[in-house]
Design a protein around this ligand. Structure first.
Ligand SMILES: C[S@@+](CC[C@H](N)C(=O)[O-])C[C@H]1O[C@@H](n2cnc3c(N)ncnc32)[C@H](O)[C@@H]1O
Length: 225
């Protein structure tokens, strides 16, 4: 297997457009972020919708989308929990946070939507904050998955639900961007990491038109075994 190439250099000099795109997908920034955001919403729409549906939200609940990128998931979650609920969006890209803040200005003003520049591994100060959390197409960029799942677990209420959406590694490997630093873990290893962190996990395979390639939802519950 070829060694993954570095995602980018410190001075952000890219040797080819695919490397630039890979870097944008991992950490959208600058002008490119405005192109990447709709691309993400379009390309990942089916998986994001499936993840949001799998959360089985009720009006009035509090939910988070971590690594929301283009923000399609935020809109779906806002609709699901309604005006009495609250949606938190966390992303490690300032460009994505700023973009979402502009897109949902009224919801931010009313407090229905809270946006923060924050990593998935950094939710420790938010104990029992959420009924549900989703994170879609982010695990490829997370070095310490155990820390991420410990972090989400601490932020979930008892009987909370985490949904992790991820591309099948076989499919992901065929994408040119995967040569640039993506961590393509097996679905079993992600599931094992969730179990080790005390979640009960069910696994749903999701087909994605138009390619027919497959994605996975790992539905992880914090309810006691
Ligand atoms: C490939 S995009 C996926 C966006 C969206 N969830 C989707 O499926 O279209 C990855 C997003 O995760 C964000 N991200 C990467 N690492 C993160 C981390 N450790 N914590 C929070 N967000 C992260 C990036 O800034 C980017 O917006």
């Amino acid at each position: 297997m070829p060694t993954p190439l570095p995602l980018g250099t410190n001075d952000l000099v890219f040797t080819n457009p695919v490397q630039y795109l890979a870097h944008q997908l991992a950490h959208p920034w600058g002008v490119g972020a405005h192109l990447v955001a709709p691309l993400l919403n379009w390309r990942n729409g089916s998986l994001i919708r499936a993840a949001a549906e799998t959360l089985e939200l009720r009006p009035g609940q509090t939910v988070a989308d971590i690594g929301f990128g283009g923000g399609l998931g935020l809109g779906l979650l806002i609709d699901e929990v309604g005006p009495d609920g609250q949606v938190h969006g966390f992303d490690s890209s300032q460009a994505m946070v700023d973009r979402a803040a502009r897109r949902w200005r009224p919801q931010v003003a009313s407090g229905q939507l809270r946006l923060q520049l924050r990593s998935i591994v950094d939710l420790a100060g938010m104990p029992d904050a959420f009924d549900a959390v989703m994170t879609v197409n982010t695990v490829y960029y997370i070095e310490d998955l155990a820390a991420a799942f410990t972090s989400t677990r601490s932020a979930l209420k008892p009987n909370g639900r985490l949904v992790v959406g991820v591309g099948d590694p076989g499919y992901m490997k065929r994408l040119p961007v995967s040569r640039y630093g993506l961590r393509l873990r097996s679905i079993d290893s992600i599931e094992n990491e969730l179990c080790t962190n005390g979640y009960r996990v069910t696994h749903v395979r999701v087909g994605e038109p138009p390619t027919g390639d497959s994605f996975h939802l790992l539905v992880a519950s914090t309810e006691p075994g």
